[in-house]
Write a protein that binds this ligand. Sequence first.
Ligand code: DC
Length: 227
Amino acid sequence: MDISKIRVALDGPSGAGKSTVAKILAEKMGYVYVDTGALYRTVGLYAMENGVAKDDERGIIALLESIDVRLTYENGEQHVLLCGCDVGGKIRTPEASMYASAVSKIPEVRAYLLDLQKKIAEKGGVVMDGRDIGTVIMPDAEIKVFMTATPEERARRRLKELIEKGENVTFDEVLADMIQRDKNDSERAAAPLKPADDAVMFINDGYDAEGSADYIIDLIRKKTNTQ
Ligand code: DC
């Protein structure tokens, strides 16, 4: 098996550190890192910029007629183009996150983004992070990891980030929010968050990002007999 063509599906809930780990992994292995959450965020941004409410499913579905989402890579970094313009940091605001979560529940939105993701996956040498990568986008990926951490650990990490940003929140509030989001994500009808049957479950409490990436590299080396 050619190690340079391996496809890594990295799924799990928010706050598990997927994007940081996927970036390190891609860099160390020379793979392309695909952040699929950015695609849902971009559809959400489009709805937001067009004044469509996030609970207006029909309005969002109608926008799919005119939207144009593309991915480009510059020096290994992903850029999402919305109707030709780089979305940059606009997809990372709290409002865009809420929109992303709302649009990701709509099956038509998921169907719209399917081909784009599958085409990138075909080439191999990729690490894709998301929620349904091992189950829907790359069901035949050589490596599937469902990476999570206990809600308490994810809440601790999130609290640290929020406090660094100067927000005034408590651990209990962040933890309650984390538990609620997990429930929403795993109970939604379209592509609920659940591990693929053949995914390796990796609970990364006690690992830093580098250690988590090394854990996955170890799986790749075992699979390709390159240890
Ligand atoms: O990973 P993220 O926070 O950037 O994801 C943004 C939203 O998109 C989040 O609500 C989950 C959703 N998402 C999804 O449904 N499927 C994916 N493959 C990736 C993200």
